[in-house]
Design a protein around this ligand. Sequence first.
Ligand code: PDD
Length: 285
Amino acid sequence: MIVYLNGEYMEAENAKISPLDRGFIFGDGIYDVTPSYNGKMVGFQLHLNRMKNGLDAIGIPNPLTDGEWEEIASNLSEKNGGQNLGIYFQISRGNEGRRFHGFPHDLKPTIFGMVIKIDSYPKMPDRKNQIGLKVVSSEDMRWRQCNIKSTAILGNVLHFQESFALNKDETIMFNSTNELTEGSISNVFIVKNGIVATPILDHQLLPGISRHMAIESLRSDGSIEVQERVISMDEVREADEVWITNSSKHIAPVVELDEQPVGNGLVGPVWEKAMSIYCKAMFEF
Ligand code: PDD
């Protein structure tokens, strides 16, 4: 794999970052992943805006212009053979040559880019042939700034591992008052009586780009109602359908939660319709 590091492209094994980099020592940085299909990115400006908001939120100056970010993204896709890729960017606060918590002044951020292989998206979503995901649930033990796409995601990693260790696909989480927050690597939607709902954006969840695209494409199509509101775990367990969204899976149907079937245990019709609306609209974002 060809990666980008601080202005240069190289084979991944030649990319060297100091162990004193604050990204390594503290997880002090921001990352983002944009899907790209044959060099055509989905929602790139939305990903870039979220990345810039994250940098702002933790006080790292954005080291590049939008045009420069876009050029690196397209170079990474081209140098790695195009096709189905997640373009991964990570910016850490940099390396001051010592481990000290306070922010150093005028530090040069470390900029890293690579690609992650992702699946193609379905051109014609078909619920009969779509594999549904199996998930477990767990109380959300992460920090209270989950809206920031920080590289410090040990909390997410531990939650993801809860499902992975059981041979399941994802862990969806609830807060101390039994309200749905999000998945360890995704946002969560439910469907009840044809109405789609997802938790409102706040500090408990990442403002997912695919979440945004799903809501906006469904609202502009107009045939399926989408609500953003507080959702209890009881509602999740009684839902007709549950979906998770992220930039590599887009909208993915869930058929099992905590060893129990979701709805009738099959991929649902609202998913099929929503995914086809989403897929038609996704290159317009
Ligand atoms: N993560 N919530 C969490 C905690 C996530 O990690 C992600 C995505 C999402 C969905 O965001 P988006 O729709 O913008 O991809 C929600 C990526 C895929 C990752 O960490 O690799």
